[in-house]
Design a protein around this ligand. Structure first.
Ligand code: AMP
Length: 224
């Protein structure tokens, strides 16, 4: 099963992606997380991407598109859930073309809709687990609240160290990322509409303001 997950930063897309990935044994491919791994590992790609990511700009397509397509090509048999890509109409067209050429089918598009102001508020409270990117933690959500250990907040799943992403604490970077997401001419909403309008893929649209478990139940009930 191959799935594209869309939703503005802060909509709970990563949290829902982790739940779906777990249930169906999919590869959870997150373009932003791949970039962060490269930065952490000090690779050439990481060095090239760093400044763009810190400021909330898109990493150029000549770096991003091959990186994501290579990861997709290596994914395992159960399929993948792709999160963070495509983020523009040009990336949507490149992905569509690559899928056709490789004979890979796209089965579902999940779109988590959320008002921009609420999404912005939520971004600042999320925390990254040092051990596993699929351990969502958020200081404002009971269901995924970090736990306290020795006077410090740690990952609620594994007790790992938590950090906040620099681009999640920078209002300008958040605004830039949302400008790109909500742009329906050439940005991410244009990519969402590109796949919606193709008509050959099932679209699951959910309201991101609902509770985490309500959203995941709604998504699961529509996945075969
Ligand atoms: P995310 O973790 O999805 O919020 O992504 C973090 C950052 O990585 C973004 O703000 C971009 O700088 C970069 N990035 C992630 N995915 C893409 C993409 N599809 N195209 C260009 N840049 C990306």
């Amino acid at each position: 099963m191959n799935i594209l997950a869309f939703g503005p930063n802060g909509s709970g897309k990563g949290t829902q992606g982790a739940i779906v990935k777990e249930k169906y044994g999919l590869d959870h491919i997150e373009s932003g997380a791949i970039f962060r791994e490269h930065i952490k590992g000090g690779t050439e790609l990481g060095k090239k991407a760093k400044a763009f990511i810190e400021s909330g700009d898109l990493v150029p397509d000549e770096i991003t598109i091959p990186m994501v397509l290579e990861t997709l090509a290596k994914s395992k048999d159960n399929g993948w859930l792709l999160d963070g890509f495509p983020r523009s109409l040009a990336q949507a067209e490149a992905l569509d073309k690559a899928l056709k050429e490789s004979g890979m089918a796209l089965d579902y598009v999940i779109e988590i809709q959320l008002d921009r102001d609420i999404a912005k508020e939520r971004i600042m409270g999320r925390r990254l687990c040092a051990n596993d990117n699929n351990h969502p933690n958020h200081i404002a959500f009971e269901a995924i609240k970090p736990v306290e250990k020795d006077g410090k907040l740690v990952c609620r799943v594994c007790g790992g160290e938590l950090s906040a992403r620099a681009d999640d604490q920078d209002e300008e970077a958040i605004n830039k990322r949302h400008d790109i997401y909500y742009d329906d001419k050439t940005g991410t909403m244009a990519a969402v509409n590109y796949f919606k309008n193709k008509g050959d893929v099932k679209v699951i649209t959910v309201d991101g303001s609902k509770a985490i478990n309500e959203i995941s139940e709604e998504i699961m009930s529509q996945l075969d």
